[in-house]
Design a protein around this ligand. Sequence first.
Ligand code: NI
Length: 226
Amino acid sequence: MILSIPDVLTAEQVTRCRGLLTGAEWVDGRVTAGHQSALAKNNMQVPEDHPAAREAGDAILAALSRHPLFLSAALPLKVFPPLFNRYAGGQAFGTHVDNAIRQVPGTPHRIRTDMSATLFLCEPHEYEGGELVVEDTYGVHALKLPAGHMALYPATSLHQVRPVTKGARLCSFFWIQSMVRDDADRTLLFDLDSAIQTVGRGQPESSAAIQLTGVYHNLLRRWAEV
Ligand code: NI
């Protein structure tokens, strides 16, 4: 499932994040790339332990922890501390797959990257090119979302960032280990949850709403690793 999640950050939060990052130092983005992806990657990043990255990252994690659509779609177990990248002057990231396992910096913890996330911090009119292109079994999808919106997609997907030919593209990117590892299982639960919300909106006490909610939790109990 590839999903666009609107309004993860408010306009004020986007401005605050951009202000923090403007003052930060930027380094070659290959520092966090694996062997194959380093060959395809050409961008700049804020070092993962930089105070600006941590402050902006914490604001994103707090916003995600309250976002019903993200929680329903990702069923997050662990979220990697958000990183920040910038593409300008023709920079791009060619087709690659993200590393399966990531060490959380400064900790002994590792996460399995079930889902990848790209949170846009610029408006689409501020730069040319820079689409996030994700391939799945239904074809090729190009995403260029408004500031504060986030693309969420299976980390198993081949994906790329097209060259930014004018202006600059600033984004946050990170990974999620889901309680439900399998994308198809997670998608079923998301669809079921969405249907329960619709049924329950009219009659939350109806026996159908209660029964469907029971099915949801019993499937989650069957599939979740916590
Ligand atoms: Ni990637």
